[in-house]
Write a protein that binds this ligand. Structure first.
Ligand code: PEP
Ligand code: MN
Length: 254
């Protein structure tokens, strides 16, 4: 993907806001993540919200903002696609990686359409999906002819409620063992709070993940989505510094 490889020796970090809110917000955060050494900007333009009254995303306007900022700062983009009707928009703005969210992991109609395109698909594990179900969902895309699938562990639902979800590190190790696919970890949606994200990120690298998907916001208290789990840009910089120290021990580059 434009010379970038996920699933090689390099440990890749994707970071940015949960949702694209305004052009200014996106630009501020994109500049910060770039400063932290991140090469892939995340940002949702179509948001799958639990409540229909919550902010649903800027849709096409959000994709356009992502493209503009990414071009200016020379970043790649990952953004969530919720249904196949918006696929044309993702192609129009040349979104580099299409994210399938946890709530859509078994949206088979969407997966089949994504199997027909030539763009990497970041497939998030459903919050109650087994490892086998996740691999079979990936298979839908692969079987359609698109070989570029990245699996993402983002925490599963358990009895535990001190964290938003429970990060299943065994799944990361098993995904690596059972498939040839790159695997990344999203500690933001697993933790639901910023304080333990650096620890979970180090654990992810140690267990064999190929990268991370992290939510960052410069003003978490006023974020329109998932502010409670957003890392501040300074936290992200510190975290990447620590990961850079750990990388050589684990045979990774950063
Ligand atoms: C997201 O990445 O903002 C998101 C909605 O994640 P998930 O699908 O894992 O809940
Ligand atoms: Mn989010």
């Amino acid at each position: 993907m434009k010379g970038n490889v996920i699933g090689g020796k390099d440990f890749v970090i994707m970071a940015g806001p949960c949702a694209v809110e305004t052009a200014d917000q996106l630009y501020i955060i994109a500049k910060e993540v770039k400063k932290a050494g991140v090469s892939i900007l995340r940002g949702g333009a179509f948001k799958p919200r639990t409540s229909p009254y919550a902010f649903q995303g800027l849709e096409e306007e959000g994709l356009k903002m992502l493209r503009n900022v990414a071009d200016e700062l020379k970043l790649l983009i990952v953004s969530e696609i919720m249904d196949y009707h918006s696929l044309d928009l993702f192609m129009k703005y040349d979104i580099d990686i299409l994210q399938v969210g946890a709530r859509n992991m078994q949206n088979f109609a969407l997966l089949k359409e994504l199997g027909k395109i030539k763009k990497p698909i970041l497939l998030k594990r459903g919050m109650s999906a087994t490892i086998k179900e996740t691999l079979l969902a990936a298979e839908y895309v692969l079987a359609g002819g698109n070989a570029e699938v990245i699996l993402c562990e983002r925490g599963i639902r358990t009895f535990e409620d001190a964290t938003r979800n429970t990060l299943d590190l065994s799944a990361v190790a098993l995904f690596k063992e059972m498939s040839h696919l790159p695997v990344i970890v999203d500690p933001s949606h697993a933790a639901g709070r910023p304080s333990i994200i650096p620890a979970l990120s180090k654990a992810a690298m140690a267990v064999g993940a190929d990268g991370l998907l992290i939510e960052v916001h410069h003003d978490p208290a006023n974020a329109m989505c998932d502010g409670a789990q957003a890392l501040l840009p300074s936290n992200l910089r510190n975290m990447t510094k620590e990961l850079k120290k750990l990388a050589p021990v684990l045979g990774r580059t950063m």
